[in-house]
Design a binder for this molecule. Structure first.
Ligand code: KG4
Ligand code: ZN
Length: 334
């Protein structure tokens, strides 16, 4: 039978990305134009700047992806695009590019949820076995998601305040590290000692929810108090102690959920899945249980369009189609 090619566009935050996936699981090309350098001096993503960069980069990224793949638009079976959640102005650029392409070439259009994309990044590496749980840890989301079949997402726990990545970025900012701070804290943590006993937010005994704002405040207060008392706190030790708290809660709840739901796989998704401490703790804990642990390679953890193509291909083959009224939805539910 004929090969199927899905082209996907992702512009929900600060990466303009285009990718092509073959037969649902085979990555053909994955182009990511990052804007991190433009946002760094503001210490975070500036929405208006993000939108403008997406407009500048959209066509270039698309042409690069097509050229790299050696495919023509006529050979593409469907166009998938992130419709939400994310920054509305940023999402609009991708959604309109996808609609224009689909309209001009008379191709089917598929809208994809950004988090479904992060989860499906794993399927480019390994076939899913249901039921599975996904630990989604990104800049905007921290969720445990139960999947009993393709395209079905049941949230069994989520953050009540800050997302894990958000906590990393806020603590990094307090330590005067550049944006995005996650990778910098990760590196410092590797050089420090867990000498500070930061709180672990377990919440109610049976809860799979998360909370990271108390931890963030505790780090800020500890730094403030040390400064007032003239105590020397090493940034490496603060980073190591903060990371230990985050990783402890995430990995402990993930294992408990895997056992309670008796899932075949635990999938880790989102930018914080790149964290070396989290990867190591999960590998150690899941070595002792029956659930298989899947963590994507780093380039598939942070935002990209390959994951949108992977999720979009499944949605397309399940018969999902978006109309010409497809719109950016910054608060889209999973
Ligand atoms: O998934 P992602 O690229 O964008 C969102 O959808 O939010 O995640 C970005 C987040 C940022 O908060 C960034 O600091 C964090 O992922 N991150 C990390 C690491 N690499 C990226 N956090 C901890 N350790 C890392 N190595
Ligand atoms: Zn993301």
């Amino acid at each position: 039978s004929k090969d199927q090619y899905i082209l996907a566009i992702e512009t929900s935050c600060d990466e303009t990305a285009v990718a092509i996936v073959k037969n649902e699981r085979e990555l053909v090309t994955n182009v990511v134009a990052s804007q991190i350098e433009s946002h760094k001096r503001f210490g975070g993503v500036v929405p208006e700047i993000a939108s403008r960069h997406h407009i500048e980069q959209m066509t270039i990224t698309l042409e690069e992806a097509l050229e790299e793949s050696g495919l023509g638009l006529d050979e593409i079976d469907a166009i998938a695009v992130t419709e939400g959640p994310g920054l509305v102005g940023a999402l609009l650029v991708g959604v309109n590019a996808a609609k224009s392409l689909a309209f001009a070439k008379q191709k089917p259009l598929v809208g994809v949820h950004h988090i479904a994309g992060h989860i499906y990044a794993n399927r480019l590496e390994k076939e899913f076995e249901f039921p599975l749980l996904a630990l989604v840890v990104s800049g905007g989301h921290t969720e445990l998601v139960l999947m009993r079949e393709h395209g079905s997402f049941e949230i069994i726990g989520e953050t009540r305040d800050d997302a894990a990545g958000e906590a990393y970025d806020k603590v990094a900012r307090t330590l005067k590290l550049p944006y995005p701070g996650g990778p910098h804290i990760d590196r410092l943590a590797g050089e420090g000692e867990e000498s500070i006993d930061f709180p672990r937010s377990w919440l109610e005994k049976d809860s799979y929810d998360f909370s990271f704002s108390g931890l963030k405040s505790s780090v800020i207060n500890t730094l403030h108090n040390a400064k007032q008392k003239g105590q020397e706190l090493k940034d490496e030790d603060v980073a190591a102690s903060f990371q230990a708290s985050v990783v402890d809660v995430l990995s402990t709840k993930a294992v408990r959920a895997a056992e309670e739901y008796g899932v075949k796989q635990m999938i880790v998704a989102g930018g914080v899945a790149a964290n070396s401490g989290l990867r190591q703790a999960l590998e150690e804990k899941f070595a002792a249980v029956d659930t298989e642990l899947l963590i994507p390679p780093i380039h598939l953890c942070t935002d990209n369009a390959a994951m949108i193509a992977a999720a979009g291909a499944v949605a397309f083959n399940q018969g999902h189609r978006a109309g010409w009224d497809l719109n950016a939805n910054p608060g889209l539910d999973l």
